[in-house]
Write a protein that binds this ligand. Structure first.
Ligand code: AMP
Ligand code: MG
Length: 401
């Protein structure tokens, strides 16, 4: 294979996103806040009220009207705890107030208790000058009623769900979960819990991907293990095509005789991508079976991880309407040399130590343990060499979930 035939990673991502746009899920559903984590907002979330709904105290202290005060000690006319409804401020007095309690009408300043002194007669003297608005959180400081708080397409994490809770929402409207049929291919694969036969290995990709897909809001349909057999592959894809929004497979997409999945996809029409300029993960194959999209990840555990994280993840998010599918990355100084330029873009499992990226010693695509050791992926572009201290792009794994 000559180098020019390999598709650059950006182009592959762009094609996958274009395909995802055509597959955008239209249905939405209300989901309890407690169950909405990692789901995607279907409609803009509008504020139903000002937040805070009324001015409240940012401190434990005393509220008063500074326009009505000339430095003299004041009588305490009321005590207001958080959660109580206050009476209006009696002119010429102050009120004892606690953090979060509504500021009574007529008061325009709160002095913190540390700057006050309670006199023997119970009056409170203020030790320093006061200004209007001091220590008051004004009504609507965070948002106004009607304001757009979160845009449709936002992935919901703890912060977003807390924003919805602060508005009193019990539910949010989210895009329905994509149904992803997960199919592991390979005669050698056995499920954990079953004794190993000679030549077999345990299926680890299924566990990796089912957790990862769930974290991306998907409903996973476990389609089991498929033997390396073209007829059975066709039958299986036929069975799955109406049950899933996406068929995600591992293994069987290289050019070997037993790589049936790739063969079947190529028979079914022109695959969208095959042979990427990426290491590990070159044989990633994307196509359709009937109308259902199929993403065929290579089976080596690290190839699966890299191609899922960089290529399938954006697809799975975009069909749910997520705009921003690019993981945050940052330049990092490398603690290793890369003297030999590669013909494919390489992603290396690396850890950050003392501000530099250091590599897991074994970068074989068959080695899964390096991913657990590492903090993320260092990207080395095609044709690039590096010396210790040079800069490369780093994608933290935390960004890929
Ligand atoms: P393939 O992409 O089918 O050529 O597989 C490449 C390598 O990955 C082979 O060594 C497979 O045994 C291994 N492999 C494929 N699928 C899995 C899986 N689900 N879990 C663990 N290893 C796998
Ligand atoms: Mg195989």
């Amino acid at each position: 294979m000559n180098r020019s035939a390999l598709m650059p990673v950006e182009e592959a991502i762009a094609r996958l996103l274009e395909m995802a746009e055509a597959q955008r899920l239209q249905d939405s559903e209300p989901v309890l806040l407690s169950e909405a984590r990692q789901r995607v907002l279907a409609n803009d979330l509008l504020a139903t009220m000002d937040l805070p709904p009324w001015p409240n105290s940012a401190m434990d202290g005393y509220a008063l009207n500074v326009n009505d005060w000339h430095g003299e000690p004041l009588t305490v006319s009321q005590q207001i705890f958080a959660g109580r409804a206050p009476e209006a401020l009696r002119p010429g007095t102050c009120v004892r107030i606690f953090t979060g309690a509504p500021v009574p009408s007529g008061a325009n300043c709160v002095e913190m208790q540390e700057n006050t002194q309670v006199l023997d007669d119970g009056r409170v003297s203020f030790k320093q000058p006061l200004a209007m608005g001091d220590n008051i959180r004004p009504q609507g400081q965070e948002n106004r009623a009607g304001q757009v708080l979160l845009l449709a397409g936002k992935r919901l994490g703890p912060f977003e769900l807390a924003v919805a809770a602060a508005q009193g929402c019990t539910h949010v409207h989210v895009v329905r979960r994509p149904r992803v049929a997960l199919l592991s291919t390979g005669d050698e694969l056995v499920d954990p819990g079953t004794p190993l036969k000679p030549g077999s290995i345990y299926n680890s990709n299924r566990t990796l991907l089912s957790h990862w897909l769930s974290a991306l809001g998907c409903e996973v349909i476990d389609a089991g293990i498929l033997p390396d057999d073209a007829r059975q592959t066709r039958l299986k894809l036929e069975q799955l095509q109406h049950a899933a929004d996406l068929i995600l497979t591992t293994g069987g997409v290289s050019a070997g005789d037993a790589d049936c999945l790739g063969q079947v996809l190529r028979e079914c029409g022109k695959p969208l991508l095959w042979k990427l300029s990426i290491k590990p993960g070159k044989p990633l194959t994307v196509g359709h079976f009937g109308t259902v999209p199929v993403i065929g990840l290579p089976g080596n555990p690290t190839s699966t991880l890299v191609t899922f994280g960089l290529l399938a993840r954006p697809y799975v998010l975009r069909i749910q309407g997520v705009e921003d599918v690019t993981p945050l990355s940052f330049p990092i100084s490398v603690g290793f040399a890369w003297p030999k330029p590669g013909s494919r873009r390489e992603y290396l499992r690396a850890r950050l130590e003392a501000g530099r990226a250091v590599l897991y010693p074994n970068q074989s695509s068959g080695v899964l343990l390096g991913a657990s050791w590492a903090d993320g992926l260092v990207e080395i572009p095609e044709g690039c060499t590096l010396e210790v201290g040079d800069t490369a792009r780093f994608i933290p794994f935390s960004e890929l979930f």
